[in-house]
Each structure stands twice: as C-alpha cells, then as structure tokens.
Design a protein around this ligand. Structure first.
Ligand SMILES: NC(=O)c1ccc[n+]([C@@H]2O[C@H](COP(=O)([O-])OP(=O)(O)OC[C@H]3O[C@@H](n4cnc5c(N)ncnc54)[C@H](O)[C@@H]3O)[C@@H](O)[C@H]2O)c1
Length: 343
C-alpha cells in the first residue's frame, strides 16, 4: 500500500500500517519534504514522492491506498485510484460538500473499487460494548440520548493541523462527523430531521463556527440532543454520551472509554470492563484490518463511502438548519444531490 499524507493523522497511519503484518507500506507521498523525512526516520526508509501521480508511475503492483490528506482537493487522487482500480481507505470527511462526496462515491462505484472512510470510532471497544448492551437488552431499548463533547481546541498547538482555523464549519465537518456517524451506527437508524444552531463564541480563534447545538430525530423514534464545542469556555475537556432506555441508562464519560450502565431502580452505575487501549492506534488498527479483509478476501466493505453520505447529510442539514433558522429534513438534503442515495 501507499500512504498518502503524513501530517498529524498520517503519522498514526504509518505507525498502524507498519505494525499490521498483513500490510506493507511501499512508499510515502506528501509534498512536504519534512513530513516524508520524518516518516522515514521514525518508521523506516521508503521511497518518497511529492504526489500520488509520481508514486503510481513508479509502482504497478499496488493493492491499495490510504489517503490521510486534508479533505479538500481529493478529486485528482480518487480519479487516479479509480483509473488504476485501487481500493482506497480515505480519512473522514470524504469531502467538505455533500454533492462532491456523492460524486466521489459514484466514481468509485462505477470503477468497481472499494472506497472505505476512516471512521475509527466505530472500532473502539467502548462502541462495541455499548452496542452489546443494547443487543443483550441490559437496560431495554434506547429512546433518547444526550451527546456532549466539550473542548477548548487550541488550533495553533504544535503537531495539529492548521486548515480548520480558516475552513467553514470546522466543528461539523471535522469533528461532529464522527459523532453523527456513531449515532447512526450505534442506534442502527437513519436521521429524519434536525434543528440546529452553529455559532462562534467571542473568544474563538477560528474563522468559522466551532460550536454546535442540535436536536435530531431518527426513523426509529430516537431523539438525540447534541452539543459539540471546539471553543468551550474551559481548557479542561468534557464528554458524556448518555442514552436513556426503556429500563435504565447507558452512559459514557470519555470518547475512548469509561462506559457504565444502571437499571432504572439502581442508584449506582455499574462500570463495563474494557480492554487496554492506545488512543488513535488500537481502533485505527481495527479499521485497517477491516479494510485489509475487504482488499484481500473480498469481505463486505465496512464504513463505505455510500454509507458515509448519510453522516455527511447530517452535517449539511445542520448547516442549513442553522443558516435558515428552520427544521431541515435529512432526506431532502440527500435528495437534492445527484447520486445522494444511501446503500
Ligand atoms: N479519524 C480520525 O480520528 C482523524 C483524526 C485527525 C485527522 N483526521 C483526518 O485526517 C485528514 C488529515 O488530517 P491531518 O490532521 O493529518 O492534517 P495535517 O494538515 O496535519 O496533514 C495533512 C498532510 O497532508 C499533506 N498533503 C496535502 N495535500 C497533499 C496531497 N495532494 N498529496 C499528498 N499529501 C498531501 C500535507 O503536506 C500534510 O503533511 C483529514 O481528513 C482529517 O479530518 C482523522
């Protein structure tokens, strides 16, 4: 495989890909000389290229690509992959526009090439255990949820990406996309409508809205109250994802773990034991193994680009709901886009 993009996220990909025995990284691609040099020093020498086109001109026996580049400007890379029939694992969000994402999905489908999106939070033990609690009916069936993710994200911190400082709706496209995907995935239901306000607090260092408050309803009847902040008023982060069910609650106090539940009459929560976990690594390895199963064995594609359109539509619906101060139906947002249907 070729790893394209060696920034903050690409470095984790390099670590995870090198540790996976079923996977061999044959080259690094990044226009930044520092980025490729640092990858060679840390993870071992490989041929390096400034563009994917150059790498593809050198190798004719590749099996797949991992794209860890920023979400704008992926068209040329995906066109190369489609022409060469190369499966792609691309970082979320697939694009910063639903119509553009739908074009990419159609392009890859017409080429008959798997397109998987990097939704690593699905592969966390805490996510799987949460789903097991629902499946085994530990506290009945979910009826409503409150998802709060509160962070004062220093956009100038060394080692993190810079483009969110100037892009539109950085919270929604970059961060909430994970949360919205989890809501669809865990509750196994598609969203129906959303009311939303997205805003930038007076102290924000970002050019566009970092804070989002939304109320979703789902086909199953679930409702989700969502608060996602990249510019909270406090440097200490907060996280809680609590779901109220017919016979109790399931709640999670950290985005990577700390899961607990209680039946309605129980005053105390019961912790759910979780395996040891290296954040950004263990769950990314799970995502990579799923991709490798598809590429090597033809296993059904997980986190498909087509499925991802459902989560991107939630982002776009939030943007429209906030801008127009109205409730937006997610199906209308999808229907407005050519090729914008779900699997
Ligand atoms: N799944 C996750 O948990 C997670 C976490 C962080 C970031 N991400 C995603 O990963 C992607 C990259 O984010 P990042 O934080 O690494 O950004 P970054 O800005 O730190 O790094 C991007 C790298 O891509 C390189 N690049 C830009 N254009 C390129 C091109 N055409 N070809 C090759 N390389 C190119 C840049 O030189 C840079 O080194 C984004 O889509 C982001 O949303 C995902």
């Amino acid at each position: 495989m070729v790893l394209v993009g060696l920034g903050a996220r690409g470095r984790y990909w390099a670590q995870v890909m090198h540790a996976e025995s079923a996977c061999e990284v044959v080259a690094y691609v990044d226009p930044s000389a520092d980025a490729v040099a640092s990858a060679c020093t840390t993870f071992g020498e490989r041929p390096t290229f400034a563009s994917l086109e150059e790498a593809l001109a050198t190798f004719d026996d590749l099996d797949a690509l991992v794209l860890a580049t920023p979400p704008s400007g992926r068209e040329a890379q995906l066109r190369c992959a489609a022409e060469r029939k190369l499966p792609v694992l691309v970082e979320k969000p697939l694009a910063l526009d639903l119509a553009e994402a739908a074009r990419y999905v159609t392009l890859m489908e017409e080429a008959g090439v798997p397109l998987m999106v990097g939704l690593n939070f699905r592969y966390l033990a805490v996510t799987m255990e949460r789903m097991r609690l629902y499946r085994e009916n530990a506290v009945g069936s979910p009826e409503f949820t409150r998802f709060t993710y509160e962070r004062w994200r220093d956009g100038y911190r060394p080692g993190i990406n810079r483009y969110p400082l100037t892009m539109e709706h950085p919270m929604l496209w970059e961060q909430s996309i994970h949360h919205f995907d989890l809501l669809r995935y865990v509750y196994e239901s598609e969203p129906v409508q959303v009311a939303c306000r997205a805003w930038n607090p007076s102290w924000s260092m970002y050019a566009h809205e970092t804070n989002v408050s939304a109320l979703f309803t789902f086909e199953s009847g679930m409702s989700a109250t969502y608060q996602g902040l990249w510019q909270s008023g406090w440097v200490t982060p907060g996280f809680e994802w609590r779901t109220d069910c017919t016979e109790g609650v399931v709640t999670q106090f950290d985005q990577f773990g700390e899961l607990a539940y209680a039946r309605r009459e129980q005053a105390e929560l019961t912790d759910v034991p979780l395996p040891a976990h290296e954040i950004w690594v263990t769950e990314t390895a799970g995502l990579l193994r799923a991709f490798v199963r598809t590429v090597q064995e033809g296993a059904p594609l997980e986190c498909s680009g087509r499925d991802h359109l459902g989560s991107l539509a939630m982002v776009q619906a939030c943007i429209e709901a906030s801008r127009d101060e109205r409730v937006v139906h997610v199906a209308d947002v999808l229907a407005a886009v050519p090729g914008g249907h779900l699997p």
